[in-house]
Write a new protein. Structure first.
Length: 167
């Protein structure tokens, strides 16, 4: 019998099952009116100067997969942070989270934080990409130790990352 979840060392995320990333990309150049990402040859990238030029010349307006996921409330990663250590170092930990998002967006503008929710002493971070959730968990573990676990959904494009540290 095969295991329900992959081990934590899973590096190659299967993006072929993501309904927001179509297999066949449009041939024309498109721009996202919300985040200003540019789509060319099935790749999304950021270039504000090029966006201004393309928007002026009447490029096709097409919302990027990340903006569509945010609008639909469809996360690909859920990072849950818990423990007494979180209560005393909350701001520092959230700074690491934001910095990791910034690093990820430099290489892939589709990797974003959808939202951060706090309740009952825990913090839940929703991401548009599985890899961003994995990196957030790894960076927090590297900086503050604690325990981290990764659980991949077998039937959906979702990873749950849980981090905890009590003292």
């Amino acid at each position: 019998m095969t295991p329900r979840f992959e081990p934590a060392s899973r590096k190659n995320v299967d993006r072929t099952r993501d309904p927001y990333n179509p297999r066949k990309g449009p041939l024309d150049v498109g721009v996202c009116p919300e985040c200003h990402a540019i789509s060319r040859k099935k790749r999304w990238y950021m270039d504000e100067a090029e966006y201004v030029t393309l928007a002026r010349t009447g490029a096709v307006l097409r919302r990027c997969p990340a903006c569509r996921k945010i609008a639909d409330g469809f996360p690909s990663g859920v990072v849950t942070l818990r423990g007494g250590f979180l209560r005393t170092h909350r701001d520092e930990i959230l700074t690491i989270v934001r910095n990791e998002e910034g690093r990820a967006r430099k290489t892939n503008p589709l990797e974003r934080i959808m939202g951060i929710r706090e309740e009952d002493g825990s913090v839940e971070i929703l991401t548009t990409d599985e890899k961003l959730a994995q990196r957030i968990g790894r960076e927090i573990r590297k900086a503050y130790h604690g325990t981290v676990s990764y659980k991949w959904s077998e039937d959906a494009n979702l990873v749950r990352v849980n981090w905890a540290r009590e003292t």
